[in-house]
Design a binder for this molecule. Structure first.
Ligand code: ATP
Length: 236
């Protein structure tokens, strides 16, 4: 299990997260929803070790990761697909995928995972040798997800997968996520502005508002909650 316990984080004098608790179990998908500026990315960055908590802890299978730097968290299977994709734009698609596996020691299995990534996103096959920066937004998002998978995550954190992506491509990404859910025994934590999409993909969800968890539950319960549907789905 990936666990966040009583976490507090901020930037300089500004505190952003207060007493945040969250759990992601292996094999489940969890949505983190909330308005702009709620602290969702800040939470993901703290889980990944890019930000240091002021209080509380991140635990991986019960082990406190406080003293584990970000690159070692990746090696241990906590992998983030960041908002805005952050590909190596001058490098080819294949090289981006290889970079995703740079932390791995099981080099002989990397080739098989790359084949799986291209199977998941056949659209990327004819683009293998193209610089990632020359791809469309949707193709770049596919490349970013594929690169994340190359790290062989145990827990995959996906930040704003649908942002700036055409609806037809979002549908493709949903199919890919469903494939990942079916084939890989990993926990997924999905941060999405598109709350309907997040809860459609997830088993459970958490609601973060101005840095505090204000709700959680099974996706179906959250979709039935008028406070959620009014605030996030525009249903009066
Ligand atoms: P969005 O959906 O808009 O990405 P979010 O829920 O992911 O929002 P964060 O990006 O985590 O929210 O931002 C939470 C708060 O922290 C915001 O008030 C934001 O302005 C602030 N913040 C984010 N990054 C920094 C930074 N590097 N330095 C200072 N403040 C920051």
């Amino acid at each position: 299990m990936l666990e966040v316990k009583n976490l507090e984080t901020g930037y300089g004098d500004v505190q952003v997260l207060w007493d945040v608790n969250l759990e992601v179990h292996k094999g489940e998908t969890v949505a983190l929803i909330g308005p702009n500026g709620a602290g969702k990315t800040t939470l993901l960055n703290t889980i990944c070790g890019l930000l240091e908590p002021r209080a509380g802890a991140v635990l991986l299978e019960g082990e406190d990761l406080s003293s584990v730097p970000g690159h070692d968290r990746t090696r241990r299977g906590v992998v983030q697909i960041p908002e805005g994709r952050k590909l190596f734009s001058g490098m080819t698609v294949t090289d981006n995928l290889s970079m995703g596996a740079y932390c791995r020691r099981d080099k002989n299995e990397v080739r098989g995972d790359m084949a799986w990534a291209f199977e998941l996103f056949p659209e990327l096959v004819p683009l293998k040798d193209r610089p990632a920066g020359s791809l469309s937004g949707g193709q770049q998002q596919m490349c970013a997800i594929a690169r994340g998978l190359m790290a062989r995550p145990r827990y995959l954190l996906i930040d704003e997968m649908s942002l700036g992506v055409a609806p037809v491509i979002v549908d493709r990404l949903i199919v890919a996520i469903r494939d990942i859910q079916a084939k890989a025994d990993m926990g997924l934590l999905i941060v999405e502005q598109d709350v309907g999409l997040a809860l459609e993909l997830a088993d459970r969800g958490y609601v973060l508002e101005t840095g505090r968890m204000v709700g959680s539950g099974r996706s179906a319960e959250l979709l039935d909650d008028p406070r959620i549907t009014e605030a996030y789905l525009g249903v009066a």
